[in-house]
Structure formats: structure tokens, C-alpha cells
Design a protein around this ligand. Structure first.
Ligand code: IFG
Length: 555
């Protein structure tokens, strides 16, 4: 249930009525309604889709009302779309109670049914890249077309958001399952739309990570960065160094948790993400943030003494012994095993907050770690400190630091990365660190980068934040959730919702189309969606949360 940490702002009745009519596309002016004197309804959006599509316009024609006989039809029977269709059927069946059979339009059974269908089709002519799609309501239902299965999948997320919030319930709801007449043409701004989950400070198991992946997929994210190791925990089984997980994974911050992914479990998470067109990027943070590894193997320590497991939340005190060759055998073994588990192109080598090495020792380690990653066929990504090393041309730099006086003075690493020709993933802590408290009264989270409410996360431009860093240097955005204070799935959900929707718009929507009031008006319905999903969230007072789902009038 939602965390009602702020009073529930009730939506004026008039706004609900106007919302309903607007959705039907048949809205007369509010003045023709005989409503009691109510406060003037705020701008009521014709839809609540997040991220905002490139173009979404109400179209002529009646709403589409799905019924029990409705099907998911694969035009020309594209078998590549079968997986996308089955995921959509699985998303629609619980609340509708309909079977949603997946049929190939060429098969005998697929004569134009009396019931409206969802048609999925591939068409190489659809412009805009691999995530682009078109979605249109038609006389036979809803049609989603894209050049790739990934684009069709993104379009199915938009369709889910055009259906009433009750569609997300896990038990049959009364319906009706209507989609207002609409025409959508869509493609993203950035190719890197990511979230990071720190499973090292506190471990989150496979089912919890998959639940987060479901949320990320719903908002068109395509990268999940898993922070698999740190001072307090090592969370991935490494066959050649087994104590990393068995001992290094036996504790957590405050010692109140433990755990690690077996390689089979990790493969399963990667496959689950891949089916939803999300690329998993594993991070082994080094040479710092390594106490769990150092505690597991004495030979990794310069004095051959393994330190105790660490349950605090200090940073910067640990480092691999960069002068020892065994360290590079360790790194090579870990990277080799991780690369075999990683269909995606990137391995994250961390590189943040190293206080125990000289600049030369640090740069030397980063350069060797980079070479090891390349030797195993992957590209390196690291936190922005790695810009002080010589970067390979394919290495990506993740910008995160914010200075005491704003981003500018900590942007130096990002600017030097760009000077080396590297491209950036923007993760400025004062904007998108989802472990930052919303306000001083937020129980969970930290506040070293300031208080981060929904508007702080929304109101900035990744291509214009740091002087010297312009849009062509930016691959996209990524929102980290560090888990020093985050223990349960509900904790996680409260910290990421609603700010994840701001990150979704940042990554997907053109800067010129992004406007705060229109954004919050769209966010307003998503609380009802999260209620139906049974996920927790923070009812930010910056949003006039809808309390009643609008219903479309009969066509
Ligand atoms: N900085 C540390 C994280 C985590 C974070 C908490 C980075 C790259 C503070 N490093 O952010 O390990 O402790 O907000």
C-alpha cells in the first residue's frame, strides 16, 4: 500500500469528470457540465503515459473496448514477436480474466474477429531506432508496429498505460477494458535509460530484482546496473574464488542480512531482463570498496591479513593490493567468469572513492583493469574518477559527483573524460541518487547530496548540466539506489517511486517536450496503478494524486 507520509490531496470532483470526458476524446467544454461550484479543474491531461511519447494525439473514432474473445494477433505471424506477445498476454490476463490467445494473422483462426484485437507487427520502415514504435486504435482494435521486437515491446508498455489502472490488478476486475481513440508515434531521446541497484550493502534476491525489472520495463528503461560487490558484501558466486560469496556474502550493513546470487540465479535474472529488452551491467567495484573480497582471501591484502567483515557505512578505507600480481589474477578470474554471464557489452569496474592509493597507483590499476575487461570481449564503464586514468576509446564514464557548490566543480572529472573522447552516463547524485531522502522528514535514505524531491529529479537537462559537457557527449541517464538504509522491497519501492518516472522522462522524452506541470498531471494517475500492482510509493505533495480512476463513457 502507498506510504501516506503526506496528507492525501483529494482531486476536485469537477476534475475527475473532465478527466473522464477528456479520455473519451468526446469532451465538451467544462462549462457545459452542470457541476456544483468546484475549484477550476487543473489542466487535465488527455492521457497519463510516462515517459511522454514523442507524439500522442486523440484520434477520431470510438474507444476500443476489449472483450473475452479479444486476441493478440501477430501480423504475418512474426515468430520474433511471440515472446513480446506472451509477456503482454501475461500482463493483461490476471485483471481481465481473458485468455488473450496469441494467434498468427495468417492462421485459419485469425479471420477478423468480431472482438477487437491487439495486433503486433514488424515493419522495417518505422523510423526512430530500435525502441521506436507506432500505436494506433483502429476499427479492429489496437495496432502496434515497430522495426524491431524491442520497439513493439516498448509500445505494449504504452498500451498498458492507456488501459485503466485496474489492469494491473492480480485478480479479475469488472472492467470495462477501454482504450480511448489515440495515435502514438514514439522514439527515445537517449539509448541508455538505466537504473542501478546496490545489492551489496543489503542483498536483494532474484524475485525482488525481477519485481524491480518489471517496474523498469513498464517505464521503458533498458539498462539495469547491478552493484554486486562492496565493503559490506560480495553478491555473485565466483567459481574460481568461492569464499568471495560464501564468506564475503555472509553479512551486510548492520549485519542484518546476507546472501548472494548463484551463477544459475544470476543467469536467470539476466534472461528475465533480456526478455524485457533490459541489458544487465554487472559491477565489481575496484580497487576501492573491496573489504568483502579482502576479508575473504588474505593474499589479496598487502600484509596477507584478511580484515574482518565490515557492517558500517564508511567509504574509502579499503583497497586491493595493486602492487601484487595475485590481484590481477583475481581481477582476471572474476572478469572472465562475469563476462561469461553477461550477454551485454559492458562490465562496470567501479573505481570510486579510493583514498588509500597514490594517483599513479590508482591510474595504473584502472588501466590494467580496463585491459582485462577488453581481453574478455567487453567494454569497461566506471565511476567518474576513472577519468584520471588513460581511458580506452570504448570506455564509458558514469558521472556522479556533485561538489559542495553544485555540479560544476565536481564536473571536472566529466570534462576530462570528454576531453579523452569518452562518453558519459549522467548520474548526478543531487538529481538522481534515489537513496537521497525526499525531505528532512523522510525516514529512509541519506542526505549527503541534499534532499531530492520529485521536482529535483525532473527539472534538469542531462545535455546541459555540466559546462563543457554537451548532448553529443551523453549516452543517457542512470538512477542509482544505494542500499545502506534500504532493506525491504517496500523500502526500495518508496525510494524509487515516483522519482523513477522523472528519470524515465529524462531518458526518453525530448527536452523541449518536458514540462513540470504537465509531467505531474500525468504522474497523478500512476498512484492508482501502483495501488493495483501492490507496490509501495511516496505520495509526494508535489503531485495532485488521482483518487478515482476515470471511466470512459460507453461508445
Ligand atoms: N557514494 C558511494 C556509494 C554509496 C553512495 C551513497 C558512489 C559512486 C555514496 N559511491 O556513489 O558507494 O555509498 O549515497
Amino acid at each position: 500500500m502507498p506510504q501516506a507520509s503526506s496528507p492525501r490531496p483529494l482531486l476536485p470532483l469537477a476534475a475527475v469528470i473532465v478527466t473522464s470526458l477528456a479520455l473519451a476524446g468526446g469532451c465538451r467544454s467544462a462549462s457545459s457540465l452542470s457541476v456544483a461550484a468546484a475549484p477550476a479543474p487543473r489542466t487535465v491531461p488527455a492521457h497519463h503515459v510516462v515517459p511522454l511519447p514523442s507524439s500522442i494525439t486523440p484520434s477520431a473514432g470510438p474507444p476500443v473496448t476489449f472483450v473475452a474473445a479479444s486476441r493478440i494477433v501477430l501480423a504475418a505471424g512474426d515468430p520474433e514477436l511471440d515472446g513480446v506477445a506472451r509477456l503482454l498476454a501475461a500482463a493483461l490476463t490476471p485483471a481481465t480474466g481473458y485468455a488473450w490467445p496469441v494467434v498468427a494473422s495468417t492462421s485459419a483462426g485469425a479471420v477478423p474477429g468480431a472482438a477487437p484485437d491487439i495486433t503486433l507487427a514488424l515493419d522495417a520502415a518505422v523510423p526512430g531506432g530500435r525502441d521506436a514504435y507506432r500505436l494506433d486504435t483502429t476499427a479492429t482494435g489496437v495496432r502496434i508496429v515497430a522495426a524491431t521486437p524491442e520497439g513493439v515491446f516498448r509500445g505494449t508498455q504504452t498500451l498498458r498505460q492507456l488501459l485503466p489502472p485496474a489492469i494491473h490488478a492480480s485478480a479479475v476486475q469488472p472492467g470495462p477494458w477501454r482504450v480511448a481513440p489515440v495515435s502514438v508515434t514514439d522514439a527515445p531521446r537517449y539509448q541508455w535509460r538505466g537504473a542501478m541497484l546496490d545489492v551489496a550493502r543489503h542483498f536483494f534476491g532474484p524475485s525482488q530484482v525481477k519485481r524491480y525489472i518489471d517496474l523498469l520495463a513498464f517505464y521503458k528503461f533498458n539498462v539495469l546496473h547491478l552493484h554486486l560487490s562492496d565493503d559490506q558484501g560480495w553478491r555473485i558466486e565466483i567459481l574460481s574464488w568461492p569464499r568471495l560469496a560464501t564468506w564475503g556474502g555472509s553479512s551486510s550493513v548492520k549485519g542484518d542480512g546476507s546472501g548472494f546470487f548463484t551463477q544459475a540465479e544470476y543467469r536467470d535474472i539476466v534472461a528475465y531482463a533480456s526478455a524485457r529488452f533490459i541489458t544487465v551491467i554487472p559491477e565489481i567495484d575496484m580497487p576501492g570498496h573491496t573489504n568483502a573480497a579482502l576479508a575473504s582471501y588474505p593474499e589479496l591484502n598487502c600484509n596477507d591479513v584478511a580484515p574482518p567483515l565490515y557492517t558500517g557505512i564508511e567509504v574509502g578505507f579499503s583497497s586491493l593490493c595493486v602492487g601484487r600480481e595475485v590481484t590481477y589474477r583475481f581481477v582476471d578470474d572474476v572478469v572472465r567468469e562475469l563476462a561469461a554471464l553477461t550477454p551485454g557489452p559492458y562490465i562496470h569496474i567501479g573505481g570510486d572513492e579510493v583514498k588509500k592509493l597514490t594517483a599513479a597507483e590508482y591510474a595504473g590499476f584502472i588501466e590494467r583493469a580496463q585491459e582485462i575487461v577488453a581481453r574478455h570481449g567487453k567494454r569497461a564503464i566506471g565511476w567518474d574518477e576513472i577519468a584520471h586514468a588513460r581511458l580506452a576509446p570504448t570506455t564509458v564514464v558514469q558521472q556522479w559527483r556533485v561538489g559542495k557548490n553544485g555540479v560544476a566543480d565536481a564536473g571536472a572529472a566529466a570534462v576530462s573524460a570528454v576531453a579523452q573522447g569518452a562518453r558519459l552516463v549522467m548520474s548526478p547524485a543531487s538529481k538522481v541518487y534515489l537513496d537521497m531522502k525526499y525531505t528532512p522528514s523522510t525516514v529512509l535514505g541519506l542526505n549527503w547530496a541534499g534532499y531530492v524531491e520529485l521536482r529535483d529529479t525532473y527539472a534538469w537537462d542531462p545535455g546541459a548540466l555540466i559546462p563543457g559537457v554537451t548532448d553529443e557527449h551523453v549516452l543517457g541517464v542512470e538512477a542509482p539506489l544505494w542500499t545502506e538504509t534500504i532493506v525491504t522491497m517496500s523500502d526500495l519501492e518508496v525510494m524509487v517511486l515516483p522519482r523513477l518516472l522523472a528519470v524515465a522522462d529524462l531518458g526518453w522524452t525530448a527536452q523541449a517536450s518536458r514540462e513540470w506541470n504537465a509531467f505531474t498531471a500525468r504522474v497523478a494517475m500512476h498512484g492508482l496503478r501502483w495501488d493495483a500492482m501492490g507496490v509501495s510509493y511516496y505520495r509526494s505533495p508535489q503531485v495532485e494524486w488521482m483518487t478515482v480512476a476515470p471511466t470512459l463513457p460507453r461508445e
